[in-house]
Write a protein that binds this ligand. Structure first.
Ligand code: NAD
Length: 430
């Protein structure tokens, strides 16, 4: 354990043993083999349908012009318009965006939304830009990818480094270019411009429902269960709050600078006061220990929620990671090598494409409301979210039991079967 209180540090490179796309392909190949998919079907599913890379200038506040690189990848449109978030992060690259787009196809299919998968990103540290620079960057990026997005084609949403304000700029830019308002072009918007109630906390709320289902099948009480959360952004903080409200004991949370640990559990209100001391956890102090992100992952807890970046659980640390269950809030936090080690050690892992699908499910509700110009109460959003999360968990769990496979393999099998069925019915054009 370390005791720190220094200034914020730049984002450390995530622990990587291979590229995110290699991980995504390895996961797909293993399941395709098990499903005995024919080779042409595999070839179609292994490649993204479209990849767009854009290099574009942005006028900075000091009068200079900087060129930024962004991407938008549509992995599939077999089951409906492509759907997936936009990430602003210095480590964004095409390989990562391709992996994230493929995972979106499986995520939408496993929870049975009428969508394909996509992802976008800009190589930028959004925190280093002024508000005006961020708006100009967003509007130019939105114009550049405007040729392939749209409510019937590809519907972006927030991801790491982007938020409702960024979505509003994208919606406005797209609408200005069209000449009429198109709220359904993005989801995760503010409610004032066609957003839905319940979207901000949807992924965290979906994680809560998933942890509840996992506790039920593992015969473990959520009340009093110890929980560690890596990453305290939209996903991690909302999941932590909702889990604490259900009586879980939140013992550790972290951000990019590291974490804080209290074996007696953090009271939610006390945690808010701790957070008010500084923008990052390495700037706060009190009756708790400072720990690194690596140490957080290795804590002996009941529930570990990785909710930051991909490839955090890898072959180098997996053997030391021994919670009762891991519920993946982040996309791709576990490498295939780590997956095998965790399975061997009896850790119950609920995969990202199932566990963190709450965001895209409520995004789907937002898109449906925008298309109908008819908006729902929050209760209805949460009830419908719970229904889909619970049903999807049960379908994956039943398949895992009947096929004697892990939850991840079962989720992929279900998703890839649905994708294959859609591709087969549609056939090869022309
Ligand atoms: P966010 O930007 O709101 O928060 C990210 C958090 O992770 C922050 O606390 C940040 O400090 C921390 N972090 C960044 N780099 C880190 C590192 N190297 N080590 C430890 N912590 C680090 O992002 P978010 O929207 O909460 O997304 C988090 C993850 O969840 C991503 O993998 C994202 O793809 C996935 N996800 C997000 C949503 C959504 O609705 N926002 C939906 C599904 C999946």
């Amino acid at each position: 354990m370390t005791t720190s209180g220094a200034a914020p540090v730049p984002a450390p490179a995530p622990a990587r043993e291979e590229s995110a796309y290699a991980t995504a392909l390895a996961q797909f190949d293993a399941v395709a083999e098990r499903l005995r998919l024919d080779s042409s079907m595999r070839a179609v599913m292994r490649q993204p349908r479209r990849e767009l890379t854009v290099n574009f200038p942005v006028r900075m506040d000091d009068g200079s012009t900087r060129v930024f690189t962004g991407h938008r990848v549509q992995h599939s449109t077999a089951r409906g318009p492509a759907k997936g978030g936009i990430r602003y992060h210095p480590a964004v690259n095409l390989d990562e965006v391709k992996a994230l787009a493929m995972w979106m196809t499986w995520k939408c299919a496993v929870v049975n939304l009428p969508y394909g998968g996509a992802k976008g990103g800009v190589e930028v540290n959004p925190k280093a830009l002024s508000e005006g620079e961020l708006e100009r960057l967003t509007r130019r990026y939105a114009s550049e990818i405007g040729i392939i997005i749209g409510p019937e084609k590809d519907v972006p949403a927030p991801d790491m480094g982007t938020d409702a304000r960024v979505m509003a700029w994208i919606m406005d830019t797209y609408s200005m270019n069209k000449g009429y308002v198109v709220p359904g072009v993005v989801t995760g918007k503010p409610i004032a411009v066609g957003g839905t109630r319940g979207r901000v906390e949807a992924t965290g709320r979906g994680l809560l429902y998933t942890v509840q289902e996992a506790c039920r099948t593992q015969e473990m009480a959520l009340e009093g269960a110890t929980v560690a959360v890596q990453g305290f952004g939209n996903v991690g903080s909302n999941a932590a709050r909702l889990l604490a409200a259900q009586g879980a004991k939140l013992v550790a949370v972290s951000d990019v600078t590291g974490g804080i640990y209290n074996p007696n559990g953090f009271d939610w209100d006390a945690l808010q006061r701790i957070r008010e001391q500084g923008a990052f956890f390495n700037q706060v102090s009190g009756g708790f220990e400072h720990i690194t992100n690596e140490e957080l992952l290795e804590l002996k807890v009941d529930v570990l929620l990785p909710a930051a970046l991909e490839n955090q659980l890898h072959s180098g640390n997996a053997d030391r990671i021994r919670p009762k269950m891991i519920v993946e809030g982040a996309n791709g936090p576990t490498t295939p090598e780590a997956d095998a080690i965790l399975f061997g050690n009896g850790v119950f892992v609920v995969p990202d494409i199932l566990a963190n699908a709450g965001g895209v499910i409520v995004s789907y509700f937002e898109w449906v409301q925008d298309l109908q110009s008819f908006f729902w109460e929050e209760d209805e959003v949460n009830l419908r979210l719970k229904r889909i999360m619970t049903r999807s968990f049960e379908e994956v769990q039943a398949l895992a039991v009947s096929e004697s496979v892990t939850m991840r393999e079962a989720a992929y099998m279900l998703a890839i079967r649905r994708e294959e069925e859609a591709l087969r019915y549609r056939g090869v054009f022309p």
